[in-house]
Design a protein around this ligand. Structure first.
Ligand SMILES: CCCCCCCCCCCC(=O)SCCNC(=O)CCNC(=O)[C@H](O)C(C)(C)COP(=O)(O)OP(=O)(O)OC[C@H]1O[C@@H](n2cnc3c(N)ncnc32)[C@H](O)[C@@H]1OP(=O)(O)O
Length: 168
């Protein structure tokens, strides 16, 4: 289901119009409504997804076949040089998409033990990017995940491989 509570949320927590339009396009591509991952009150202060964090990114995550997807539209306060999104925040998006997927799938926190990331093309402030993550393999409590960020023109902005440890 599309962010069912989206228009019931305070404005600053809502997905913007472009993000909703892109979500609808993805749903058309997959031929199904995409289910939003529920928020977790316990982690309301999470910098990436928490609704109570006043300076957070307020991401919304959707299950896709074999993984997870989110959109983000960086604001002027998210930049580094000359209107480019800050690389540290790009890392946050990738770390979160992989970690949150495992948290929701397994029901226990997944801690990032390692992240290898390649910044391929800049992300411009004000553009809406698509973030995706999926599981690659696992051995016991160690899980390898991959994540990617796609620019509006279809180019890869950044990609990452992470190793995460599931809590016992
Ligand atoms: C809606 C609400 C959402 C809210 C939630 C939103 C999701 C948030 C997503 C963000 C995720 C984060 O950023 S989490 C925050 C950043 N990350 C952290 O704080 C993690 C800090 N590091 C740690 O706590 C620790 O190092 C751990 C837990 C990762 C591992 O410690 P440990 O449990 O003691 O395990 P340890 O004995 O070291 O290792 C156990 C086995 O794993 C192997 N191992 C350990 N690390 C690695 C590694 N990187 N790559 C390969 N193998 C490894 C070891 O060799 C060993 O193998 P063997 O000898 O057994 O064969």
């Amino acid at each position: 289901m599309e962010s069912i509570q989206n228009n019931m949320l305070p404005q600053h927590l809502q997905m913007n119009e472009t993000e909703r339009k892109l979500l609808a396009e993805e749903e058309k591509k997959y031929g199904t409504k995409l289910m939003e991952m529920p928020k977790d009150q316990k982690y309301g202060m999470c910098f990436a997804c928490g609704e109570e964090n006043p300076v957070g990114l307020h991401l919304h995550f959707f299950w896709i076949p074999n993984g997870v997807m989110a959109f983000f539209t960086p604001k002027p306060e998210h930049q580094s040089y000359n209107g480019r999104m800050h690389g540290g925040l790009i890392t946050v998006l990738l770390d979160e998409i992989m970690g949150n997927y495992l948290f929701k799938k397994e029901g226990v926190p997944a801690y990032t033990a390692r992240i290898d990331l390649r910044f391929r093309t800049p992300v411009q402030i004000g553009t809406t990017i698509r973030c995706e993550g999926h599981e690659v393999k696992r051995k016991g409590r160690l899980v390898v995940m991959e994540g990617v960020i796609i620019n509006p023109d279809g180019t890869v902005a950044a990609e990452a491989t992470s190793t995460l440890m599931l809590e016992k």
